[in-house]
Design a protein around this ligand. Sequence first.
Ligand code: SF4
Length: 335
Amino acid sequence: MILRKPPYFDTFTCIAGACPDSCCKEWAVQVDDASAEFYRNLPGPLGDRLRRVLTEEDGDTVMAIENGRCPMWRSDGLCRIQAELGEEALCATCRDFPRLRHDYGDFMELGLELSCPEAARLILSAPYAPRVCVEIPGGEEPEYDQEAMDILLSSRETVLSILSDPTYTVPQALALGLLYGYQVQSQLDSGEEQSFDAASALDSVRGFLKAPDHRALPDFFAGLEILTEAWRQRLARPTSGAWTEEYRALAQYFVERYWLQAVSDYDLYSRIKFITASCVLIHLLGGNMAETAQLYSKEIENNLDNVEAILDAAYTHPAFTDEKLLGLLLTVSGT
Ligand code: SF4
């Protein structure tokens, strides 16, 4: 099978004690069955501690957080399990994080999660480059719709090139990505390919743009599940800054992570809105862009309920209308 990964994937190393946030904060880590059994049968003080902190939640075993942190976190920023037993004793969640894996049967794609500060640094600072492709053993007959996958694979390359095209400002590139996504949705629906004319696409929307509404998106996100007080505060007081080049890398990250997922339900529409709204919200919130993006990912991407709520809202919520999203990109605050 073919394995694809971003060029920076293999350079990731957890910075542990130097991490400004840590995946050991706020999250109750879900522990796989094999690790839970191993932990519960460990002798000695570490086993006693693990038996006290492992709890059952909705049929899953989790490491209940204490004082806002994983109970295995040590004050030097290291994990007690890793320090005493080695990396191989970590549960699958901790061993894999922040690595992402999407297995489509005959090919697999790897990536890093933006919710890890060190991964966010790599994702947002790396100049855009094609994914590295290698042949690996294994794989199986794919179950996806080949025609839909071909459309999505080819259109993903096009949207990535639109996003990195310096001919367009960052907000113009994001607006074009949204408009191009609509066209690909129509191709998925009808099977008919159309050429994409960026200049006409931009001209066609200028007539109905509304003045930028800086509150609609933060207010919508404030109604979702919130993990940290810092996020609540950021949503309450947005302070948008400049559209820096990092936003191209941010949009490319979202495209690489979510575009192909439309093969499962033929719904690219809600995903391109999710991608665009994510970039626009991160810009609206301002502050240090990498920190805002990382916090966004921790609050939103790592909470499936929140992701589903946004995909649903893409169709129905007034904050996600074209007038609102494109208004924030192509009027005063954008170009
Ligand atoms: S968030 Fe990333 S860098 Fe920080 S401790 Fe976790 S894996 Fe390491």
